[in-house]
Design a protein around this ligand. Structure first.
Ligand SMILES: Nc1ncnc2c1ncn2[C@@H]1O[C@H](COP(=O)(O)OP(=O)(O)OP(=O)(O)O)[C@@H](O)[C@H]1O
Length: 600
């Protein structure tokens, strides 16, 4: 069987064989996932719910034992034709059965509340950590963790569900067994011993037969995640696929992923059928055993007829209760992939939070020193490499962008212009040298492919801020200034929610991005081909607006039409380490002193 791959990133993430074992590492990871929730501040409510569950579960089991005893006595009353006794037991048993149903419903309700509350808490934790410190971006470029989104969305619920089942089952099974053991011992010690032996054998065999299932479940989880990602990919690129008429290619690709997912499901099903046959054989042995052991006692006159029924019922309940213990193994093996997938993402978060080297190799990887909170943008002896180390982009770049200046970065396609912006934004840090930048809240980045946030039109315009006291009238003026007057009216006002990335043209989205400069008033603006989709006249207007804000500008562009809006030019050369700079005459001496060092 081939090892699962990471579909989301396209990188091949080899699964660690340790992931398929219920070993010390697994239980350490499990502890690491459980501890933060159960020992957090305010965890008392969760513990209280667990107590209520315990109470309801105990009541359910104890009442079950009482019902079993009373049923035998009711049967004896029936045989002896004790009419009054019989109806008394009938009424009592009816009441107890109703009580049992009530307690089981209470237990189900509380466990659902606990489970969902836990899901919300854990998902929130994961989302917070995913978004903190640009972790989502780092995971994306590191490509050593497949489908992080699927882990957060799909693994949390089954994990919480399985874990809330465990205490409930331990408790129910424990009490059931205690009650029933007392009854069974009184009826037939031989039956009791047989039960113990049977259970021990069953537990060991269950452990053996379920071990391979963990790996199968793991493979299936990843295949399903990859299939889901394939479908999302078509949805996200629907228009492009339609233009290319790429349906056949997409179909082939999706069906390959679907086939893989189905195959892995089938592997599980085939295996489960084999396990079921094994269990059915055990069942048959168990079913014939009670009568074999108890009936002779009745023939010898040692026990009553009612006791036979009671003994058989007790044996059945014990079998069920002990079976519950064996069920932990299937529960754990089904939960294992989710435990490991959640633990892996947490471990990744921990490593990124601690800024720890990801492995032996990366501990030796040189990193750029990023200094935030500087007075201006300054690069010192900067050499940049792509995140995976595939390519060295440029070397020994020294550059200072004085405040209120406007730097244009030009150069052949693929030379590393956008990558330089990534280094300035602190997204890429593989290489050498120092990047000094002002604090990030003073900077705004306008990418070539504009980003439209989920939400209403107001949210688009004030992004990345979430709140602003700017009035609708002021927003309308901003829209007019970027030649989008009437947009709000066209889409039903600033509070109207749309899929903006689809309903607006690329040029309109680029103008929305410029509107953000006017609403956010950043001191530093970084643009990456941010006007590539608008006509020349609109481009001129947008740059004029930008100039009026007085912000320091660093932009990447191919079009010569934008040169006029800049007063410094950095030309990155194709061979990666020669840099030429131009600037206005009056500033040339300042800049030349910089160039002379770096071009050498
Ligand atoms: N995530 C990545 N991992 C590895 N290499 C990458 C990654 N992103 C970009 N590259 C490579 O880095 C090089 C520089 O890319 P960059 O986007 O900075 O070029 P550019 O000069 O802005 O190009 P263009 O003018 O075409 O936009 C390219 O060869 C590109 O293939």
């Amino acid at each position: 069987m081939s090892s699962p791959e990471a579909g989301s990133s396209g990188s091949h993430v080899q699964s660690d064989p340790q992931n398929f074992r219920l070993n010390a590492l697994f239980f350490r990871r499990l502890g690491g996932l459980l501890r933060p929730y159960w020992f957090r501040k305010g965890a008392w409510l969760s513990w209280a719910m667990l107590l209520v569950m315990t109470f309801a579960g105990s009541t359910y089991s104890i009442v079950g034992g009482v019902v079993s005893t009373l049923t035998a006595r009711q049967a004896d009353a029936l045989v002896a034709k004790q009419v009054g006794q019989y109806w008394w037991f009938w009424g009592l048993l009816t009441g107890l059965v109703v009580l049992r149903y009530l307690t089981i419903n209470l237990q189900n309700y509380v466990s659902a509340r606990l489970n969902l509350g836990w899901r919300q808490w854990l998902s929130t934790e994961l989302i917070d950590r995913y978004l903190r410190n640009k972790t989502y971006y780092q995971i994306n470029i590191d490509r050593d963790l497949d489908n992080p989104d699927q882990r957060i969305q799909e693994s949390v619920f089954p994990f919480c569900d399985a874990m809330t089942q465990v205490p409930q089952r331990v408790m129910t099974a424990g009490i059931d067994i205690m009650v029933q053991v007392v009854i069974l011992m009184a009826i037939s010690p031989a039956m009791f011993v047989a039960t113990l032996v049977f259970t021990a054998v069953q537990a060991v065999l269950t452990l053996v037969v379920y071990k391979p299932l963990i790996r199968l479940q793991w493979n299936s989880t990843i295949s399903e995640a990859d299939f889901r990602y394939g479908l999302l990919h078509v949805r996200d690129n629907a228009e492009t696929v339609a233009f290319y008429r790429g349906e056949e290619a997409e179909r082939k690709h999706l069906l390959a992923r679907l086939t893989d997912a189905v195959k892995r499901q089938l592997d599980i099903k085939y295996y489960q059928i084999r396990v079921n046959i094994f269990y059915q054989i055990l069942e048959i042995v168990w079913d014939v055993m009670p009568m074999f052991l108890i009936a002779p006692l009745f023939f010898q006159g040692h026990i009553s007829f009612g006791a036979i029924a009671q003994g058989a019922a007790a044996a059945m309940m014990i079998k069920q209760s002990l079976g519950l213990f064996s069920q932990f193994i299937p529960i754990l093996s089904a939960a294992a992939p989710n435990v490991v997938r959640l633990a892996e993402i947490q471990e990744k978060f921990d490593r990124l939070d601690a800024d720890a080297p990801r492995d032996e190799k990366s501990s030796r990887t040189p990193r750029i020193n990023l200094v935030r909170g500087a007075e201006m943008v300054r690069l010192q002896d900067l050499s940049l490499t792509t995140p995976g180390g595939e390519q060295s982009l440029f070397r020994n770049l020294d550059l200072t962008v004085p405040n209120s200046r406007r730097l244009l970065i030009t150069g052949q396609t693929g030379v590393g212009k956008s990558s330089l912006l990534r280094a300035i934004a602190g997204l890429w840090n593989r290489g050498n040298g120092v990047v000094e930048v002002p604090s990030s809240d003073k900077m705004l980045f306008l990418p070539q492919k504009p980003y439209m946030v989920l939400g209403d039109l107001r949210s688009q315009l004030i992004y990345p801020r979430q709140e602003s006291d700017i009035s609708d009238e002021a927003l309308e003026k901003v829209l007019e200034r970027v030649r989008l007057g009437g947009l709000a009216q066209r889409f039903g006002g600033f509070q109207s929610e749309r899929d903006w990335a689809r309903v607006l043209s690329l040029g309109e989205q680029q103008r929305i991005a410029f509107a953000r400069i006017l609403t956010n008033r950043p001191s530093y603006v970084l643009l990456d081909e941010a006007t590539s989709a608008v006509d020349l006249a609109t481009e001129e207007l947008l740059y004029q607006l930008l100039l009026e804000t007085g912000a320091t500008v660093i932009s990447v562009a191919h079009r010569t039409s934008v040169v006029q809006f800049h007063d410094m030019t950095l030309h990155l050369d194709a061979n990666g380490h020669k840099i030429r700079m131009r600037t206005d005459e009056q500033e040339s001496s300042y800049v030349r002193s910089q160039i002379s060092e770096q071009v050498g």
